[in-house]
Design a protein around this ligand. Structure first.
Ligand code: ATP
Length: 261
């Protein structure tokens, strides 16, 4: 009989994990000793005030920025691979700049991304009447639907999403977050989502981390964290980096969209 210990079914291997990760720009660390995990089929929200290091973390996770110390593991394997190799291993990345070809139609954008139009329309039927429209003429919400349709149709093992909802109407933000959540659960994709609409993000997140000045200062399930909005607001205020000494703190992002409808 083998004495091998069976993996614990209750604790799946994370699709993405950082162990004591520090990273930054040149010799200056921005992220300090981060321990995070994203399990398969879950949405993890990454919250924090401006300058907390959220984008820097996504860049380090995707291989764009080198790691200074610690490790990034994808599906249990430590990696220092560049972005294109991580993409081959099933990592998707949706950046805040909507990576679409603006002069091509919606359908052409899907084809050049080697994505089936049918698969994409299953994800966002709203785009069916927009297939022949030049992507640059789509609304901001439709552009993000196209970006997400391309990313999710590839059925990534892990998807990094940076500030998807920038400048979009609340209803569209809900629609995009709902799609991400349903797809993550259906496909088994682990999603790490940077989002400024804290309440909305927590409504769809299975877990959330709050970063402040490059460190994790809070974490918990989406439901737990929804009950700790006051503490999250405090973390935002104390972590806010003011550019000028005479500048007042901006409104706290945690409360910017009011109570969830
Ligand atoms: P925001 O919500 O404003 O995008 P963030 O949480 O994503 O903020 P980062 O953009 O990761 O924060 O920035 C974290 C820190 O790293 C900030 O102090 C920022 O000034 C610094 N930083 C960002 N990009 C660079 C860069 N290219 N070179 C040097 N420092 C940088």
């Amino acid at each position: 009989m083998s004495a091998a210990i069976a993996p614990d079914a209750a604790t799946p291997e994370p699709v993405l994990q950082t162990i004591g990760l520090s990273a930054g720009y040149g010799p200056v660390p921005v992220l300090h000793d981060l321990h995070l995990r994203v399990d398969p089929g879950t949405v993890v929200a990454l919250l924090g005030p401006n300058g907390a290091g959220k984008t820097t973390l996504l860049l380090a996770l995707s291989g764009v920025l080198p790691v200074m110390s610690g490790e990034v593991k994808i599906s249990g394997t430590p990696t220092k691979a560049p972005l294109f190799r991580r993409a081959r291993r099933g990592m998707g990345f949706v950046s805040e700049d909507r990576s679409i070809f603006r002069s091509m139609t919606t359908a052409e954008n899907l084809r050049v991304g080697s994505v089936s139009v049918d698969d994409a329309m299953d994800l966002f039927p709203e785009l069916k009447t927009r297939l022949k429209v030049t992507a640059g003429l789509l609304s901001g919400g439709e552009q993000q639907m196209l970006t997400l349709a391309r990313a999710l149709s590839r059925k990534p093992a892990v998807l990094l999403v940076d500030e998807l909802s920038l400048g979009l109407a609340p209803l569209i933000v809900h629609r995009l977050l709902e799609r991400i959540s349903v797809s993550a659960h259906e496909l088994g994709t682990g999603v790490l989502l940077v989002e400024q609409h804290v309440r909305k993000a927590l409504a769809y997140a299975d877990h959330a981390y709050v970063l402040s000045r490059g460190r994790v200062v809070m974490d918990g399930s989406g439901a737990e964290m929804s009950g700790r909005i006051d503490q999250i607001e405090e973390a935002y205020l104390s972590g806010m980096v003011l550019k000028h000494a005479d500048q007042e703190a901006a409104p706290v992002a945690a409360g910017d969209d009011g109570p969830e409808a």
